[in-house]
Design a protein around this ligand. Structure first.
Ligand SMILES: *[C@@H]1O[C@H](CO)[C@@H](O)[C@H](O)[C@H]1NC(C)=O
Length: 355
């Protein structure tokens, strides 16, 4: 037990050290703002303002957030997007762009455009009426107009060119959409389609604002969703094993992300694109969670932990201590897991490639 405590203290110290390293990094490099695009793994509450059932703005979501408030994050408290802003030394919480109460200071340090249920494939957001990828980009363009009107072209240019753009998208395409269209695609051709849609997105984003100069774009690898509690329950057989076929598709997409990043760096002068590796960090945490105090990696904290997410999480029976779990619902990590994984994924050596 004593050994465990020491280990835990060291890990906390490491997290604090890397946070400090990132902050001093930022002072040097001046990241004025962070923008995150993606799906429920990074939505901080945009779907609260959208007509969709993919919401997380009711208990038990947010039960460990300040004031026990359900914010729309699919977590017991903070989520991956917040830790991205924190690792980059910008702020502690990344607000959803659609929140009408955001003040100018919040806008100038970055917002989240992600929407639960979204994907690269336009068929993916349709299922849930989530905000499609290109609409997230149009929201960003609208954002630019708003700040340009408030702080003027010079400061706006600086924000566009110096900020970090983090994209974490594709899990819903591979998990939900691919199985419904697999008579038309192979895993190879479907992941190619996703990459070409992703490339269109980045080109549209960069070219529109090309005059503004350098762009720092981080693409986060997809996690092994084949090991999410809901997938274990639905596809993992009596022993609730990981879906190897889903994890194989995810690894195929992740490997193609590397090629796309190379292509972006060649074809979009002034752009610095970096792939951030998450998959193996996730696997390691699931295989060896004890040093972090995590005890349960196969069931979520809400409900029975086997299948519940979103509205199904209102069922009684949510766990006592979310910090003992890797997953808060049957798809999304707890705040603790989000923090550990974001700090590992955006580690200082990888982050430095953005600068
Ligand atoms: C900001 O507004 C000015 C006009 O006031 C315009 O010339 C400029 O192109 C705008 N900048 C951006 C990035 O939209």
């Amino acid at each position: 037990m004593a050994t465990l405590h020491v280990l835990f203290a060291c890990i906390l110290a490491l997290l604090i050290c890397s946070a400090a390293a990132a902050e001093s990094y930022n002072k040097k490099n001046q990241v004025p703002a962070v923008f995150v695009f993606g799906d429920s793994l990074v939505d901080t509450g945009n779907n609260n303002y959208v007509h969709t059932i993919a919401k997380g703005n009711f208990p038990p979501y947010g039960r460990d957030f300040a004031g026990g408030r359900a914010t729309g994050r699919f977590s017991n408290a903070k989520g991956v997007a917040d830790y991205i802003a924190q690792v980059l030394g910008v702020k502690q919480l990344l607000p959803p762009y659609l929140d009408p109460s955001l003040d100018l200071q919040e806008l100038l340090t970055g917002v989240c455009f992600a929407s639960a249920g979204s994907g690269y494939d336009p068929r993916t957001p349709q299922k849930m009426n989530a905000i499609p990828m290109m609409t997230q980009l149009n929201m960003f363009k609208e954002y630019i107009k708003r700040i340009n009107a408030s702080v003027g072209p010079e400061r706006t240019q600086e924000i566009i060119s110096q900020s970090a753009y983090i994209i974490f998208m594709g899990s819903n395409d591979l998990t939900n959409t691919y199985p419904t269209v697999d008579y038309r695609y192979t895993e190879e051709s479907y992941t190619d389609l996703m990459i070409s849609l992703a490339l269109d997105f980045h080109k549209a984003n960069v070219q529109k604002l090309y005059e503004a100069g350098a762009r720092r774009i981080g693409l986060v690898e997809l996690p092994p969703t084949g090991c999410a509690p809901a997938i274990r329950s639905s596809q993992g057989g009596p022993r609730r094993e990981c879906s190897e076929s889903l994890n194989r598709r995810i690894r195929l997409f992740n490997s193609k992300l590397s090629l796309m990043v190379d292509q972006m760096n060649q074809e979009l002068p002034g752009t610095k694109a970096v792939k951030f590796e998450l998959y193996n960090h996730f696997v390691s945490l699931a295989e060896n969670p004890a040093p972090y105090g995590i005890e349960e990696v196969k069931r979520g904290c809400c409900g029975t932990g086997n299948i519940e997410s979103g509205v199904l999480c209102v069922v009684p029976g949510t766990c006592a201590a979310a910090d003992k779990y890797l997953f808060f619902d049957s798809f999304h990590p707890t705040e603790l897991a989000a923090r550990i994984l974001t700090y590992q994924t955006l580690s200082p050596p990888d982050l430095s490639k953005l600068f």
